[in-house]
Design a protein around this ligand. Structure first.
Ligand code: ADP
Length: 265
């Protein structure tokens, strides 16, 4: 082969090598940014409840400990703060596993109606505190079998229902429905008549740590991780998640699942 061609091939190879390296470096830079960003968010999220708990402890040490009534009140509040920390750490643990890609799905066939009923039972007290009613949209809910990771879908439904209670108006209603879609799919909808979400926030809703009210002063505690966990789980199933919401009217979160053929176990 003539030398010129070899030189040309060589140059092309070097250019390709440089291009590959550049992509590699760019990817590393993005990962590094992501890591810094993540750590920044984590310490910020942990700071608020930690300072709150410390505040109660300092007040107790300052003398409040001698008054039984005050002591009990402050200890209960400190405990709430610790509870919040536990929730945040648990969510962080889960999101790290999900984002690092270590999520292994254990699919099985199960009745989605029964699963939703279980979550209703688990959240009964929480809903009752705000006089919120959790209901099915169907008069006689019949079993509907789906093929998915049961535990993870339970987490999805739980996160969506907890949100509908947290951001729902007192005495409101959250309705769940499961409908057939085309091609062996069902769609699960969780609809509330709560405070709703302003349009401009919707595109960023599923980002981790994203909250509509970023002030941190809101009374509803949360890590801002719930919806990003939901999205990860649904996407790991190769399914889709949707949201529709209107301020002061309410929100509807829905996701698809694969139906078990013949719809039985
Ligand atoms: P968290 O509830 O811990 O703040 P999420 O990721 O679960 O985090 O939700 C992100 C944000 O989306 C919430 O802070 C809230 O502002 C908004 N949001 C989620 N679900 C609803 C809902 N059903 N109604 C109104 N706002 C909601």
């Amino acid at each position: 082969k003539p030398v010129t061609t070899d030189m040309k091939t060589l140059t092309e190879e070097i250019e390709k090598f440089a291009e590959d390296k550049k992509i590699e470096i760019d990817t590393l830079k993005i990962q590094e940014e992501y890591r810094k960003d993540f750590l920044g968010n984590v310490s910020h999220e942990l700071k608020t409840p930690l300072f709150t708990v410390q505040g109660y402890i300092l007040t107790l040490l300052d003398g409040a400990i001698n008054d039984k009534k005050v002591r009990e009140k402050y200890l209960a509040r400190a405990n709430k703060g610790v509870e919040r920390l536990i929730y945040i750490v648990r969510d962080l643990d889960l999101i790290t596993k999900l984002e690092v890609g270590g999520l292994k799905l254990e699919k099985e066939d199960f009745d989605i109606i029964e699963l939703i009923q279980n979550v209703f039972d688990l959240l009964e007290m929480k809903a009752a505190d705000k006089e919120i009613t959790l209901t099915f949209d169907m008069e006689y809910p019949e079993p509907i079998f789906v093929k998915a990771d049961r535990e993870k879908i339970q987490q999805v439904i739980s996160n969506l229902l907890v949100n509908s209670i947290k951001y729902g108006h007192p005495k409101g209603t959250t309705e769940v429905s499961v409908e057939n879609l085309i091609k062996n799919k069902v769609i699960v909808r969780v609809t509330d008549n709560g405070e709703g979400i302003p349009k401009k926030h919707i595109p960023r809703l599923f980002e981790r740590f994203y909250r509509v009210d970023q002030s941190g002063s809101r009374k509803e505690g949360g890590s801002g991780l719930g919806l990003s966990i939901v999205k990860h789980i649904i996407e790991a199933h190769d399914e889709k998640i949707y949201v529709e919401s209107e301020e002061d009217v309410g929100s509807e979160f829905s996701f698809t699942l694969e139906k078990t053929p013949n719809n039985s176990k």
